[in-house]
Design a protein around this ligand. Structure first.
Ligand code: FAD
Length: 397
């Protein structure tokens, strides 16, 4: 039986597996999804855990739950090597095992580099997955339980991640928080529209978040961060540092015998096939794909999600002697959460809305992007009934 192996169960991998399982196969191939985690993570909602607006089951359903009745097999394990010639993947499950494939999808995403400045590895927390959230939350709980008057938080990186974290932490800590956002550029949100930037700047200032622009974090120590502005350097006391700067790839990906770009992303054809290996596809953050219109694509869930549809189709086509189609990216816009119940939304990059309408639009759009109808339904009912349950709970106290 033909075997399709999918490495990584994130926006690229999980959605490719689900799309493949829904295609019209004469004989259904074996579809194996491999991930080191037991659950999918809907990263755009990771910020909502900081403020308790959502809980883990809402944003991180298990693969077992999502894949029921799909025919997709799930293997939990760390992928340690890929042999393109022998068509085998090495996976550390309970024992080390090799899994063969006829078609391979590489979608294990990127990492946050913690070696860009001295002390970041020891003293800063990245914000990419549930483990990072747990580290952040434990630290915040300790600080909140302490008798200190103010809690000083520094966030390195004024991209969307830094801005979203800053607003959520400021809302969580309220008047005890002293939140500082540091970016080496002259503006926050360098890749966003001007309108989204203005709305975000207002949200930060309303929450009393300091924004240090044209400023670099140059060193971290226990309880201190060193900032460099022009030729001045200053070391400030700090209780918590979050690191959102840069992106990199695992050592395993870097040493694969394929073409990488300067950042280390894997070069693909516009059909999403890895250059030189037509039976291997690479999508999501780890891929350096130039689409059919020659656009170089950002590392976003939106790109990975759209690629998953093309990737599934092209695998089907390659196994059914049909023509493969080039990936064509359509930029639908951008959502940025701005504190509790706040957001900004740019629609097709053309106009922006903010406040509650943007927050509701973000919620509904992301609900519709959840991987299965069952999870969408469960979440939708939960969100609709939550205010009522809250009222009943309060009135019974
Ligand atoms: C906090 C946060 C918020 C974000 N918000 C947005 C947003 O609002 N909009 C947007 O478009 N994008 C957003 N992004 C970016 C988006 O999450 C990524 O672009 C997207 O997830 C990329 O999909 P992917 O499939 O390439 O990788 P991922 O979704 O990261 O999935 C990779 C999977 O591979 C697994 N894996 C990694 N290494 C191994 C290994 N060696 N062995 C086994 N399994 C492995 C991981 O466990 C993971 O499940 C956000 C990212 C973060 C971190």
């Amino acid at each position: 039986m033909t075997r399709i192996c999918i490495l990584g169960g994130g926006f690229g991998g999980l959605y490719t597996a689900l799309n493949l399982s829904r295609l019209p196969w004469a004989v259904m191939p074996e579809i194996i999804l491999i991930d080191k985690s037991d659950r999918f993570l809907f990263t755009p909602f990771l910020y909502e855990l900081i403020t308790g607006e959502m809980t883990e089951w809402e944003i991180a359903p298990t693969f077992d739950e999502l894949l029921v009745n799909t025919g997709i097999q799930f293997v939990q394990g760390l992928i340690t090597d890929i042999d393109f010639e022998a068509k085998q993947v090495e996976v550390n499950t309970r024992q080390r095992s090799s899994i063969g494939f006829d078609r391979l999808v590489m979608a294990i995403g990127g990492e946050t580099p913690m070696d860009l400045v001295d002390g970041a590895e020891e003293y800063a927390i990245p914000f990419r997955n549930l483990n990072d959230f747990h580290r952040l939350n434990s630290k915040l709980e300790l600080l909140e339980a302490s008798n200190r008057d103010k809690i000083r938080v520094c966030i390195a990186g004024g991209g969307s991640s830094g801005v979203e974290i800053a607003c959520k932490i400021a809302d969580r800590l309220q008047e005890r928080g002293r939140v500082r956002l540091v970016d080496r550029n002259a503006n926050i949100l360098a890749n966003s529209t001007a309108a989204n930037r203005t709305i975000a700047e207002r949200a930060l200032s309303q929450r009393g978040v300091w924004t240090d622009l044209n400023t670099k974090v140059t060193q971290l120590n226990d309880g201190a961060v060193t900032l460099e502005y022009a030729s001045y350097s200053d070391t400030l006391p700090v209780d918590l540092v979050l690191w959102t700067v840069g992106s990199s790839f695992s050592r395993m990906l870097k040493k694969l015998p394929v073409e990488h770009n300067q950042r280390g992303a894997i070069a693909t054809e516009s059909t999403l096939q890895v250059k030189g290996y037509p039976h291997v596809f690479a999508i999501g953050d780890l891929a350096n794909c130039v689409d059919a219109q020659g656009q170089t694509l950002p590392a976003t869930a939106q790109v990975a999600f759209q690629q998953s549809q093309y990737c599934a189709w092209n695998i089907w086509a390659s196994l059914n002697q049909e023509k493969l189609v080039p990936f064509n990216y359509i930029h639908l816009g951008e959502f940025i959460s701005l504190g509790i119940d706040g957001a900004t939304a740019s629609i097709f990059g053309k106009f922006s809305i903010d406040g509650l309408p943007a927050h509701l639009m973000r919620r509904v759009s992301y609900l519709l992007r959840m991987p299965t109808f069952q999870h969408q339904w469960k979440l939708g009912i939960h969100w609709l009934t939550k205010p009522l349950v809250e009222i009943l709970r309060k009135s019974s106290i």
